[in-house]
Design a protein around this ligand. Sequence first.
Ligand SMILES: NC(=O)c1ccc[n+]([C@@H]2O[C@H](COP(=O)([O-])OP(=O)(O)OC[C@H]3O[C@@H](n4cnc5c(N)ncnc54)[C@H](OP(=O)(O)O)[C@@H]3O)[C@@H](O)[C@H]2O)c1
Length: 339
Amino acid sequence: MTTRRLAQLVDQTLEASVVGSFTTIGPSLRRRLDHWDPFASAKGKQIVLTGATSGLGLKAAEILVSLGANVHLVGRNKQKLAGVVTALQDSAVAHGGSAQGYVCDLSLLQETKRLLAELQKAVPVLDVLIHNAGALLGDFTKTTEGLEQTLAVQVLSPELLTRGLAPQLSAAKGRVITMTSGGLYSERFDLGSLEMTEANYKGTVAYARAKRAQTLLTMTWNDDFGDEGIRAHLVHPGWAKTPGVAESLPTFSKVMGPLLRSPEEGVDTLIWLATTNDVLLEPGQLWLDRRPRPLHKLRRTKLTSGQERVAKAALHEWCEIQIAHALSTGGHPSSKPQN
Ligand SMILES: NC(=O)c1ccc[n+]([C@@H]2O[C@H](COP(=O)([O-])OP(=O)(O)OC[C@H]3O[C@@H](n4cnc5c(N)ncnc54)[C@H](OP(=O)(O)O)[C@@H]3O)[C@@H](O)[C@H]2O)c1
């Protein structure tokens, strides 16, 4: 059996087992069998990264800075963000890049709009926009702008930022990368049940529905901006040991403990997608361990191509309405600039 055939066979076996694929077993075997290249240099690249103050985002920021990138880190906690930026300065200087912080609570669209204006000014040519911020929220939370928080952070803010930064991304023929989750495999997209109410709220379901909605947003961004050279991708980190997982899934985190990926393993494919010089990567795919993976594992979650077309248009329209509504509410005191 050739090495390539063996790598393919092992990969398929891992993928079918789920646990083998999502835990640390996945990258340890695939790295060796697929002969993963070291990351390409990111020198000179301008990269916006949300959720940069913890877990996967923090690790991604460290690696991107060490590759020479100019990283624009978005965090909601001013002190925490300042600490991360300070900690990255030496590496940034040593590797010829930079680290700059932007305070923004992405659950508030007024704050996201202000962030957008700051980024449009600071980064006229944007190579990579990474939507990483997110959390599985156990309790139903409505923001002061009237939005369910999971959707505000993981669907509406990414939509507002991507569309607003399209000219800057287009100037670099840039990439948009969204951090998704295996949770999406359990949900079929249905706009009618996307926004959960306090009465029917279940954190894991709200999270999975938001992640499923991100797949449609990614397709629509490719439809709308592909001609401008922008490519949008989805990436799945596997199951990685992060503060987010420990907090939102404590039992899972304890039981899976030794098998969870390290944050480095969790962000490997994200960094690879952000920095690879391979411009032939087909957009709109879901990547895990440097290979594209199916968007669906269950027949019941699939839409026909006609249903998908209607769903994409409906989600886009819904996002526009929600964003316009949130922006017209007058905002919350914390949405005022904090710098
Ligand atoms: N770890 C995994 O196994 C796993 C698996 C599948 C998908 N993911 C996805 O990977 C991404 C990162 O997760 P993680 O595990 O690294 O979790 P984490 O350690 O909790 O990090 C999440 C990051 O998002 C930020 N964030 C959350 N809500 C925000 C808001 N309203 N405004 C601005 N920033 C906000 C957090 O800010 P603070 O630092 O202020 O809390 C933090 O920096 C998420 O999208 C998650 O869904 C993770």
